[in-house]
Design a protein around this ligand. Structure first.
Ligand code: SF4
Length: 326
């Protein structure tokens, strides 16, 4: 912890909050995310926002043959069985995760969201998307679902608050649209989770800290962070092979993440503190495959920064994060 936080009178257990913990508090039992791929594509590929996609995105994943997914109800049913077997959870959050999950007509989005919410045990939805892909009516419909009692999260991909970086990775939008849309969503009462990537090309620790600072200052309800993955079939892979991009080491990632954790207000919940990637796609950094090594590293560093009084926090962190889907 930073000296100011260690020295504060607040309980150290208040320094990290997780979505799993928050959902358990609200629903009185464990709630697990069910990750879904319902066949969306991305406006950063077809010229709507840009062409070619983000440099870190796997181009092959847009091939029709790789996108044939089971229907929503099948994905939810299979996912729920796996989760129930593994964790005992009987309540779920439908997580529209793959690609840009608002890139379709509003009637189709409405139908998907309502179908997900009708699944037994589903308490809400989490919708991952780009901030430049929120057509009129989308946020309003999400707000309606929330008013009707569903748990609704809007996960907005910012990645970096630096326009130079967003340009470098061909993101197809600048930072400003994130801040506009996050404010609009929150003004409708929606919970916003900002997605940030650590280790983007040309970025150092200071960039990550500044992006995080701006997101917190603007107002946010959740954070999802993960290291940049170099995957097969991406432009970044070619840059990495030419040594034009050097990924973060695990110790750098752990240290940067702990910096962000200690600067995050307790009311902002973490949806994710690291990310994995399919082994057959991942080129670098290979430590990403070992999610629990990363989590354990973050735990250790937080404990070391906290000093002897961190034991309570460590238990809290370990207990809740072990039980969370991410
Ligand atoms: S990373 Fe996301 S936003 Fe970027 S091209 Fe791929 S699907 Fe689109």
């Amino acid at each position: 912890m930073s000296a100011s936080l260690v020295g504060s009178s607040r309980s150290i257990a208040d320094l990290v909050s997780t979505l799993g913990q928050e959902l358990q508090r609200i629903h009185g039992q464990r709630v697990h995310k069910l990750a879904l791929d319902t066949g969306f594509t991305c406006p950063n590929r077809d010229g709507t926002s840009g062409r070619g996609g983000c440099t870190f995105c796997n181009n092959d994943s847009f091939a029709p043959a790789t996108r044939r997914k089971p229907p929503l109800d099948v994905q939810m049913s299979e996912g729920a069985q796996v989760v129930a077997r593994r964790t005992g959870a009987r309540k779920f959050l439908a997580y529209f995760q793959a690609y840009t999950n608002t890139y379709d007509d509003l009637p189709k989005l409405k139908a998907l969201w309502r179908q997900a919410l009708a699944f037994p045990g589903c308490v809400g939805i989490s919708v991952g998307t780009r901030p430049d892909c929120l057509a009129p009516g989308v946020l309003e419909e999400l707000a309606r679902l929330q008013e009707a009692g569903a748990e609704v999260w809007l996960e907005l991909g910012l990645q970096s608050a630096f326009d130079e970086t967003l340009k470098l990775v061909n993101r197809g939008h600048g930072a400003e649209v994130y801040f506009q849309e996050a404010a609009r969503a929150r003004s409708l009462g929606l919970s916003v989770c900002a997605h940030l990537i650590l280790g983007l090309p040309g970025e150092r620790r200071e960039h990550a800290l500044e992006s995080h600072r701006q997101v917190i200052e603007a107002g946010v309800d959740g954070l999802k962070i993960h290291p940049l993955h170099v995957v097969k079939g991406s432009l970044l892979a070619a840059q990495w092979r030419r040594s034009e991009y050097i990924p973060l080491s695990m110790s750098e990632y752990v240290s940067w993440t702990c910096d962000l954790v200690e600067r995050t207000p307790p009311e902002v919940v973490f949806h994710r503190l690291t990310g994995t990637c399919e082994a057959q796609l991942l080129l670098s950094p290979l430590w990403c495959e070992k999610k629990w090594d990363v989590i354990n590293g973050i735990e250790s560093e937080l404990r070391a920064r906290a000093g002897p009084g961190g034991a309570v926090f460590f238990f809290f962190f370990f207990f809740f994060f072990r039980g969370t889907a991410w």
